[in-house]
Write a protein that binds this ligand. Structure first.
Ligand SMILES: [Zn+2]
Length: 122
């Protein structure tokens, strides 16, 4: 009988941290998101701007798109109270999808009075 070299590595301790719990919770809050939300759960309700109309610009200028001339996407957000959560829901609605190594949204960067960029990490 042939012996298989298959090794099973079993972690004797499974660490369930607050962090993974938080990621799960965020996943459940935004089940249709085609990107990963890496914003602290307490910051989701933070008001990003006092304005009621903003533009979120998504540039594809990371190394994944090096040599590819991908035009920036613009997402128009309007609402009475523009929070991180509000923007995320609008981006999902408008079909934002991050497919490269930088699919983690860490926040929104103010670029001008009414334009914000997406702060991404991997
Ligand atoms: Zn990338």
């Amino acid at each position: 009988m042939e012996q298989t070299e298959e090794k099973m590595e079993i972690d004797d301790v499974i660490h369930i941290t607050d962090y993974t719990f938080e990621i799960d919770l965020i996943d459940k809050m935004f089940p249709r998101a085609k990107f990963v939300i890496a914003i602290d759960i307490e910051e989701l309700d933070d008001v990003v701007t006092e304005r009621t109309n903003i533009v979120i610009k998504n540039t594809y200028d990371c190394y994944c798109y090096a040599g590819v001339n991908k035009i920036a996407d613009y997402f128009y957000i309007s609402g009475e109270r523009i929070t991180n959560k509000f923007i995320i829901n609008k981006l999902i609605e408008q079909g934002l999808s991050l497919n490269c190594n930088h699919c983690f949204i860490e926040g929104f960067d103010k670029e001008s009075d009414c334009q914000f960029g997406i702060c991404t990490g991997s």
